[in-house]
Design a protein around this ligand. Structure first.
Ligand SMILES: C[S@@+](CC[C@H](N)C(=O)[O-])C[C@H]1O[C@@H](n2cnc3c(N)ncnc32)[C@H](O)[C@@H]1O
Length: 228
């Protein structure tokens, strides 16, 4: 490598490290990042990605994915690496900046945007834009700030526009880290969230450990039936 190449690589590593230190936490591993990660991630992602991949089936090339609350981009990039077209959104500027840096290490079509999951964002999705959407461990944050009914309505509209969604749900039985109170806002039955979505098929595809405690989180595939 040339001297200027080494210099720009060193600059990139320094920028990544500075961004990692900027946030409250480092939730995910950095996908395909070859320079190591000085702050270890709070949790792994490969376990959930492998289970979701198995549930999607082998033929995912060209399928369009929306990953809501994409964090550092691991889950989006895992599927872009396997042929999907990715669109990751996250509310935090720092997360999106890291995602955009990480996308250089994975070939394929992907874009990351800073955006919040809101009614206007969902209303603006034209049906047919996405084949699949992920909502992994993000909805409890929105329930905490906007309430259960708000998120039930969001999910009903999402399912009118996107035929298959995967959701990982935090549970009321968890003990959140200090400073978080989302447990008190969650329903006893996590699937209450989808009670108003009409005719849908809900399939449990696994339970996954988190950094929060011993309680594992369920991950579901939710589809609207053709006759729904
Ligand atoms: C607990 S992390 C989960 C990250 C990732 N989905 C996963 O499971 O590996 C929640 C993520 O959602 C983002 N987030 C929180 N509220 C959001 C909102 N209203 N719209 C979009 N992203 C949000 C946070 O910035 C964070 O990156």
């Amino acid at each position: 490598m040339t001297e200027s190449g080494l210099q720009s690589q060193a600059e990139l590593v320094a920028q990544v490290e500075a961004l990692l230190r900027q946030g409250k936490n480092v939730y995910q591993p950095l996908y395909n990042y070859p320079h190591g990660q000085s702050i270890p991630p709070l949790r792994r992602c490969d376990d959930r990605c492998a289970a979701v991949h198995a549930a999607l089936g082998p033929d995912i090339t060209g399928k369009r994915l929306l990953d809501v609350g994409c964090s550092l981009g691991y889950n989006t990039l895992y599927f872009v690496d396997r042929g999907m077209v990715g669109h990751g959104i996250d509310i935090l500027e720092r997360n999106v900046a890291l995602c955009r840096m990480m996308q250089c290490f994975t070939p394929g079509e992907v874009r990351f945007e800073q955006a919040a999951l809101t009614h206007s964002l969902v209303d603006d999705i034209a049906p047919g834009t996405y084949d699949v959407a992920f909502f992994f461990s993000v909805l409890h944050h929105i329930i905490e700030t906007h309430g259960l009914t708000h998120v039930q309505e969001l999910m009903r509209t999402v399912l009118e526009k996107i035929p298959v969604i995967f959701v990982e749900l935090a549970l009321r039985s968890e003990t959140p880290p200090p400073g978080y109170t989302w447990d008190a806002h969650l329903p006893e039955n996590a699937l209450t969230l989808f009670e108003t979505c009409g005719a849908s098929e809900i399939t449990l595809i696994g339970h996954f450990p988190t950094h929060v405690g011993p309680v594992t989180r369920p991950l579901y595939r939710i589809t609207v039936r053709a006759d729904g």
